[in-house]
Design a protein around this ligand. Sequence first.
Ligand SMILES: Cc1cc2nc3c(=O)[nH]c(=O)nc-3n(C[C@H](O)[C@H](O)[C@H](O)COP(=O)(O)OP(=O)(O)OC[C@H]3O[C@@H](n4cnc5c(N)ncnc54)[C@H](O)[C@@H]3O)c2cc1C
Ligand code: SF4
Length: 389
Amino acid sequence: MLRPRLVPGVPGVPDPDKGRVVARAHTLKMAADRTAAIWRAAPVAVHFGDEHTPEPNGHGKARQLGCNYCGNCNFGCPQNAKNTVDLSYIAEAESYGAELRTLHQVTAIEPASRGGYRVHYKRFDLHGRLQLSGFLEADRVVLAAGTFGTTELLLKCRQQGRLPNLSPALGTRFSTNGNITGGLRHKGPEPVEYTFGPVIGGLIDYGNFVIEDLTAPSWLGDYVTSGTLRRVLLLLRTLAGGKPKEKKSDGVLVLGGIGSDSARGRLKLGRFNRLALEWPDGIHSEPVVAELHQKMRELSSVLGLKYMPNVLSLFNSPVTIHPLGGCPMADEAHAGVVDSFGRVYGYPGLYIADGSIVPTATGRNPTFTIAALCERIAEHMVQEAMSQG
Ligand SMILES: Cc1cc2nc3c(=O)[nH]c(=O)nc-3n(C[C@H](O)[C@H](O)[C@H](O)COP(=O)(O)OP(=O)(O)OC[C@H]3O[C@@H](n4cnc5c(N)ncnc54)[C@H](O)[C@@H]3O)c2cc1C
Ligand code: SF4
């Protein structure tokens, strides 16, 4: 469904039509070669077809343009070239008659008096103004609001007594997937173009963790190359509605580190009833975080570049883009919120199908794992429904 492909223009993957070169990937490979580590190209869920004429992608009415190497991937895709859920699974579901209701936020779930579940929601307009509140009832409900969305919703439902029998494991097994970022900055006068090309070109696989080159769009360049004080000012300016300055990231190669942390995080409702994270001894205590920084420093050194740890964060903390867990799957209700088919323990007909059920770090980019789990859950739901007639 997600159609992974290697990126034309990274080492070993020619781009015969356009001759594009993804410099990030070549630099990372050079560092791998100099440290006798193995680099390989990364498959990405991106469409590399015609950049100017949208083509049907075979999923319902969805159409996509080809990737134009703009480097904006981590903040959306102006070309619709990323093979995202809306252009694949959802488009496919729509073609079979699924009805979509966008701009709706689910606020609570509870058992309905006639059986099944009542799902409360709020509908907003495009400016975020509340339009109406309502509810729907269904025999089967699948939660897919992501690690934070699903966990927060269920924590609130339990606190409000709507779903009082949820597992004591709710909130546990939260993992950052060992994520850190690091920047490798050129000292010489010639800026290198690292904003070109889609999200990841390739990776070095160290077993317990991997290091990948990441795209950072040109409008993030000012942030990436600034110190903490200026970053705070830039953030305040953006919050006040200011537009970031376009700047090629001035020769900063942004690396992403992904590894196996201990998944000892616990999500709970904190001050003002908002989602809060507890991590015994702090995330900095995770050995994989130190190992990743050490490796990135080594890669920087063999290239003669300056290492900038946590290059995307404000106060030098690791940033995660792969939150996992919170509603872990397990064999028994005391250890997990769902079983291996996404069925919520204690609540027949209620399912979870998203990253919140992953009970541990995947140590690699998690999307394909999450998609595979969701497909397994969907397939089993269909079988169950058919066997019940
Ligand atoms: C910048 C960035 C880059 C990434 N790059 C990669 C990558 O290259 N490769 C990779 O494998 N992974 C990548 N990831 C991680 C990947 O996107 C996630 O792991 C994956 O999307 C998680 O899927 P999910 O279904 O669990 O949740 P999500 O994709 O987060 O989907 C949850 C959805 O539920 C909605 N929602 C939340 N609460 C509610 C509510 N109360 N009511 C209604 N809707 C709600 C949200 O708006 C969202 O649309 C990246 C993540 C980020 C942030
Ligand atoms: S580089 Fe990323 S954001 Fe830009 S078109 Fe390609 S997939 Fe989309």
